[in-house]
Design a binder for this molecule. Structure first.
Ligand code: KG4
Ligand code: ZN
Length: 342
């Protein structure tokens, strides 16, 4: 790379049901961020069908990359590095992005940077907030993960706690499904909950003891299912808005409480929200309120940067390459990739 010129990254994301490509200049400036969503394809099955997702990624990947380059007005020959999500995610879906990225890096003879999807979600905040700097605590809430992470520096992470069973987004999607709402359920519950009474039903909140930074949402999901089942058996009408609001409150209360306590325990001043569930209006509002009351600075990304996108992967890759953290052409998809301490 020309030392005077800022690094141009082409980033690729295909870990679940969004095929995305982005071009970034430096770490924090997005020139393009193209997202081809497969939601309508999977909606009729009530969730993501892995085999269909892989096939759709194959169809979408090259047109999405072409569009990202066109919109950024960047030629392939101008790129300095290729970034790609290599895990966690669906193996077949990940492999499409990883293969495309390796082929581009090899043919252009430029570095390849393999990125952990969860770290990417956290880094979406650096794109949304140009002045944000570590240290901070990140609450990562997505369809597959619920984790509290201590981010001491751009390349230093420590897992504080995570879910023992279902992820928060997974609980939203499963509860929505039994209530007959379309996939993905999170935004549907969010919308319905606005019309309901959050105190109507007292759903359980697991692992609330002080000092416990783990989460568990499977008991809550079962409690909602039991409630719906009992009401049906008794022939009583269910107020779906009240169920949505009460369920959402049970999730949000736990997330807010543990996130604020984690920031205090880490002796930090900043809290960052990340992942698809960060788009939840109640979570964002409650966290903001609790953070203000605790004197903590709170950050979350714009909606488009909350859910899966390649720009966040490009941002993470920039800081990895600044640390000489590159991948070789043997890079493989790692579906169960964890957020490991560094
Ligand atoms: O981060 P993401 O796009 O994909 C994964 O990496 O999993 O997150 C998707 C998850 C889904 O479970 C979806 O229902 C949830 O984020 N989600 C929401 C909202 N928008 C998306 N959950 C609650 N409220 C929302 N507004
Ligand atoms: Zn994600």
């Amino acid at each position: 790379m020309n030392e005077k010129k800022e690094c141009l990254t082409l980033a690729i994301e295909s870990s679940c049901d969004e095929t995305s490509a982005a071009v970034l200049v430096g770490g924090r400036t997005i020139l393009s961020n193209i997202i081809a969503t497969q939601i309508p394809v999977h909606q009729k099955f009530g969730g993501v069908v892995p085999e269909i997702a892989s096939r759709k990624h194959i169809v979408n990947i090259m047109p999405v990359i072409d569009e990202a380059l066109r919109e950024a007005k960047v030629e392939l020959s101008e790129l300095d590095q290729i970034a790609v999500t290599y895990g966690p995610g669906l193996v077949g879906a990940l492999l499409v992005g990883v293969s495309a990225a390796k082929a581009l890096a090899f043919s252009l003879d430029i570095p390849l940077v393999g990125v952990n999807h969860l770290e990417g979600h956290i880094f979406a905040n650096f794109l949304a907030h140009k002045n944000l700097k570590p240290p901070f605590v990140a609450l990562v809430v997505s369809g597959g993960h619920t984790s509290l992470v201590q981010v001491s520096d751009y390349n230093s992470f420590k897992l504080i706690g995570q879910t023992r069973d279902d992820a928060a987004g997974e609980a939203f999607d499963k509860v929505a499904r039994v209530m007959g709402l379309p996939y993905p359920g999170g935004p549907q519950i969010d919308k319905l909950a606005r019309e309901g009474n959050a105190d109507a039903i007292n759903f359980p909140q697991a692992l609330r003891e002080k000092g416990n930074f783990e989460f568990s949402f499977s008991g809550l999901k079962s409690a909602v299912l039991n409630y719906l089942h009992n009401m049906e058996q008794k022939g009583l009408e269910v107020n779906k808005a009240d169920v949505a609001a009460s369920f959402q409150k049970a999730v949000v209360d736990v997330l807010v409480d543990k996130a604020i306590r984690a920031v205090r325990r880490a002796g930090m001043q900043q809290l960052v929200l990340a992942g698809g569930v960060a788009a939840n209006s109640s979570l964002e509002g409650s966290l903001r309120e609790a953070a203000v009351a605790a004197g903590i600075d709170f950050y979350y990304p714009d909606r488009i940067l909350c859910t899966d996108n390649a720009a966040m992967i490009g941002c993470r890759a920039y800081y990895q390459s600044q640390h000489q953290e590159f991948s070789d052409l043997y890079l493989n998809a790692v579906p169960g990739l964890a957020l490991s301490d560094k």
